[in-house]
Design a protein around this ligand. Structure first.
Ligand code: PRP
Ligand code: URA
Length: 210
């Protein structure tokens, strides 16, 4: 695994992910947990944000302190399950813009099909964090990354709650420049392209559609 793949092991992430996996977790709790996990993952995925000095006068004295440089960021959820992560990321980076990519996996071929796209006008100048709870075959994430590169984006990160080794390998192969952050790496994919043991269909569990 190359240095761009980050498996996050914070105890809070592992604990919350275990609750997500449980088939008895309610839609309400599942949705809240995905948002909380996204917030915690953002903390890790933004460790390299550049800082600059700023002078501030406190009630006691004036000093020079650190602030984040005017970095332009965009969060790009892959519809629909990626929507569940947007709130959590925005809690950490409230000024980020949000672009949307609609992709669904064809259940027969497992290949992604694009059905929607709306990006901020200046997307090419922004650092991008693509969010989606599941990295299974990697087809959806790889297509989304290619798409953002076609828009001219140069710095792209991918944040997934749970990954399969097959998905990680595909992103390493097709987009070795992209940093990937996952809170769990599972064993394998089953014949339907589901992560095993996984957590089921993330979109259905977030939106209560099954
Ligand atoms: C899920 C998930 C990813 C994709 C991952 O979306 O949210 O986008 O599958 O699988 P892959 O790595 O094999 O491409 P799904 O197609 O179920 O659509 P949904 O978000 O609308 O439920
Ligand atoms: N998409 C999901 O929602 N779950 C999986 O296990 C694989 C793809």
């Amino acid at each position: 695994m190359n240095d761009n793949i980050h498996i996050l092991t914070h105890p809070l992430l592992q604990h919350k992910l275990t609750i997500l996996r449980n088939q008895n977790t309610s839609t309400k709790d599942f949705r809240e947990l995905v948002s909380e996990i996204a917030m915690l993952m953002t903390y890790e995925a933004t460790r390299d944000l550049p800082l600059e000095d700023v002078e501030v006068t406190t009630p006691v004295a004036t000093g020079t302190f650190k602030t984040i440089c005017g970095k332009k960021l965009a969060i790009v959820p892959i519809l629909r399950a990626g929507l569940g992560m947007v709130d959590g990321v925005l809690k950490m980076i409230p000024a980020a813009r949000v672009g949307h990519i609609g992709l669904y996996r064809d259940p027969e071929t497992l290949e992604p099909v694009k059905y929607y796209c709306k990006m901020p006008a200046d997307i090419a100048e922004r650092d991008v964090i693509i969010v989606d709870p599941m990295l299974a075959t990697g087809g959806s994430a790889s297509a989304a990354i290619t798409f953002m590169k076609e828009y001219g984006c140069k710095h792209i990160k991918l944040m997934d709650v749970l990954a399969a080794p097959e998905g990680i390998a595909r992103i390493e192969r097709e987009h070795p420049d992209v940093e990937v952050y996952v809170a769990g790496l599972d064993d394998h994919l089953n014949s339907h392209g589901y992560i095993v043991p996984g957590l089921g269909d993330a979109g259905d569990r977030i939106f209560g559609t099954k």
